[in-house]
Design a protein around this ligand. Structure first.
Ligand code: ADP
Length: 651
């Protein structure tokens, strides 16, 4: 076994690999970009090497730099995690040329499965069922259109180099074929530098079911059952589970046998996944599944397999890479119970899942981990930032329970107990999906989320009671240094009745006015609105509303949803009314470049700063001539609506 490995990744997967390595007594080397200097994986590893600036292309994708780091630190092997360099055969060859071991399959196996068309031809030959379609070389419109007619509509056009659903088009009738083909080719060319496509039958009531396979260098190949990943949003997995709901022994036997056959066809060594598309219109049947693609790496969703089988897949990866045989034979691999995983993301479900950024000022996971049979694979800790440079995944939560029902309810409960403030997250969406009638009944298909997006992303409006609790919680802020106990800082209960303190919070663009009075019994009476005669809401010290205060904000938690209100303190309030106009961030992002300074006279249209958001750069220009009074600092993470520039008031 290895004594030291380098992990060529970041976030939760790097952390997860470090855990297993540590248990096995293997020392770990982390690599990191400038943006990840203080990241959790860096803090956890035994050693860490900086490999370049924030953009992945200059750090986590720089294979040469990573190999140099492994050599410098005397690591014997490189674990690529998933994404980044994990399926790059050129990298594998470079690693091996440097005398190091790549924890993963051979470059030949990756190449054989790298292009969808070649992989499908190979699988057809190996006797694995493949979606009926055309995977040949001809790319002319007339030829492809006639293949589409033969296959029968609806058809799916797919980029052969595709990934992440890019370059994919569903075509329902022949008239739409030419335009869809052109669009798919354009997208494929832009994303992969390869415009070639394949055409296949579009499966109705499709489910995505995949089989975990494992091979070693001694010619063994086994499966570790299936996972269902049908809960997808635009072809991206959202919730995964094992086993697949409604699976029967006959279909499972056929699928797992086909998967092992696929792995054997390329003498596969290491962890891999065979993805199948399943026609579930009449339940799961042994003749209604087809090979889609093979992922020649560990998958994001591997924990559900680990939980039902009790196997540590990363341990197996390391053992197999070190030349050991698979620790168990097929007969020794058994499954029990049901595991469900949810991917917790910084994203705004209500704005079509726009990725979000921000500092996680408050991050609480449920603490009854064992009783809840919960596993949390997190890549961040409280106060860490979600930056625009990488995938905005915060953590994966996985529950393993005797039955699917219990696992789903356990996971929904765990998500409700999770509190995050400082960024917008998808906790509410995930919980609504888990509790959706179709999802919980196991009526899965890949279109479920798209069909129900409106209800799944709809958050309940904040209740007056919670608003009152937020007002009470922030009431101390204006009148005292001590913000922790509003009840001790609001004073003024007297013989002639309570004094009313005015308090304002900002909900989106809207100011929420309230008046707060201390009562004789120490509770706070909150009058929402301007009407002093209105019936107040009484908030006591033991009010159960959950909230988190963080600089300039308060976040109220209700179920799995959260609502963040701005808390304009007095100083800020004075300033807000006092001087000049402001430019605010149109979306969360990173202040990448500042091109003006305080007291500088600027002209209308002059670039003031560059905001990087959603992997794009937005130049913020002066809306009019003026003098800069304040400007954001470079490198700052901002939430949307944050002030970027304030102008001096015109004379
Ligand atoms: P990518 O590599 O871009 O992720 P895949 O081939 O893995 O593309 O397909 C992604 C998703 O698209 C699948 O999980 C499934 O939901 C859907 N899909 C793919 N092929 C078909 C098909 N023939 N019929 C119906 N849905 C499909």
């Amino acid at each position: 076994m290895f004594e030291k490995i380098l992990i060529a990744n970041r976030g939760e997967i790097a952390v997860r690999i470090i855990r297993t390595a540590r248990r096995l007594g293997i020392a770990t080397v982390a690599v990191y970009s400038d943006a990840d200097r203080d990241a959790l994986h860096v803090r956890m590893a035994d050693q860490a090497v900086c490999i370049g600036p924030a953009p992945a292309s200059e750090s986590y994708l720089d294979g040469d730099r990573i190999i140099a780091a492994a050599l410098e630190t005397a690591a014997q092997a490189i674990h690529p995690g998933y994404g980044f360099l994990s399926e790059n055969p050129d990298f594998v060859e470079k690693v091996e040329d440097a005398g190091l071991i790549f924890v993963g399959p051979s470059s030949q196996a990756i190449r054989a499965m790298g292009l969808k068309d070649a992989a499908k031809r190979l699988m057809e030959k190996a006797g694995v069922p493949v979606v009926p379609g055309y995977h040949g070389d001809t790319q002319a419109l007339v030829a492809l259109a006639s293949k589409a007619n033969e296959i029968g509509y609806p058809v799916l056009i797919k980029a052969r180099a595709g990934g992440g659903g890019k370059g994919m088009r569903l075509v329902s009738d022949p008239d739409a074929f030419p335009d869809a083909l052109a669009a798919a080719q354009r997208e494929a060319k832009a994303a992969f530098g390869d415009e070639r496509v394949l055409v296949e039958k579009y499966i109705q009531t499709p489910r995505h079911i995949e089989v975990q396979v494992f091979g070693d260098s001694h010619g063994n190949a086994v499966h570790l059952f299936e996972r269902d990943c049908s809960a997808q949003r635009r072809h991206q997995k959202v919730i995964e589970e094992a086993p697949a709901p409604g699976m029967n022994e006959e279909t499972r036997a056929a699928m797992t046998e086909a998967a092992v056959k696929a792995a054997r066809a390329i003498s596969y060594s290491g962890a891999g996944t065979i993805e199948f598309i399943v026609d579930a219109s009449e339940g799961l049947r042994p003749d209604r599944f087809w090979f889609m693609e093979m992922n020649t790496r560990l998958q994001v969703e591997h924990p559900v397999t680990e939980m039902i089988t009790g196997v540590d897949l990363v341990e197996w990866q390391l053992r197999v890479a070190a030349g050991e045989p698979l620790p168990r034979t097929q007969d020794e691999i058994t499954a029990s119970g049901h595991a469900v995983e949810a991917r917790l993301y910084a994203e705004d479900a209500t704005r079509d899942f726009l990725p979000a950024t921000g500092t996680l000022h408050h991050l609480r996971f449920p603490d009854n981990i064992e009783a809840a049979r919960l596993r949390i694979d997190a890549g961040v800790a409280e106060k860490d930032a979600i930056t625009p440079f990488y995938d905005p995944m915060i953590a994966k939560l996985i529950v393993h329970a005797p039955t699917r029902e219990e696992a789903i309810e356990g996971l929904a409960g765990a998500l409700e107990k999770t509190e995050i403030a400082g960024s917008t997250v998808n906790l509410g969406f995930l919980t609504r999906l888990l509790r959706d009638d179709d999802f919980s009944a196991g009526r899965l298909e890949t279109g479920l989320i798209g069909r129900k997006q409106d209800v799944l992303t709809k958050t309940a409006p904040l209740k007056a009671r919670h608003l009152a609790a937020a007002i009470a919680a922030t009431s101390g802020a204006a009148s005292s240094e001590d913000t922790s106990d509003p009840f001790s800082t609001i004073s003024g209960y007297g013989h002639f009745g309570p004094l009313l303190h005015k308090r304002t919070l900002v909900n989106g663009e809207e100011a929420v006015e309230a008046r707060v009075a201390a009562q004789a019994d120490g509770a706070l009476a909150i009058h929402l609105g301007d009407d002093e005669a209105s019936r107040p809401i009484i908030v006591r010290r033991d009010d159960p509303t959950r909230f988190a205060s963080w600089p300039g904000h308060i976040t109220v938690f209700e179920g799995a949803d959260a609502l963040t209100l701005k808390v304009p303190d007095r100083l800020q309030a004075a300033e807000e009314s006092g001087s000049g106009d402001r430019l605010r961030a149109p979306m969360p992002g990173l202040v990448k470049l500042v091109r003006a300074s305080v007291n500088e006279t600027v002209q209308k249209g002059q670039p003031l700063l560059v905001l990087e958001a959603m992997k794009m750069e937005h130049t913020i220009t002066a809306p009019h001539d003026g003098v800069v009074a304040e400007i954001a600092t470079e490198g700052l993470q901002v939430n949307d609506g944050a002030m970027l520039v304030r102008f001096q008031e015109a004379e």
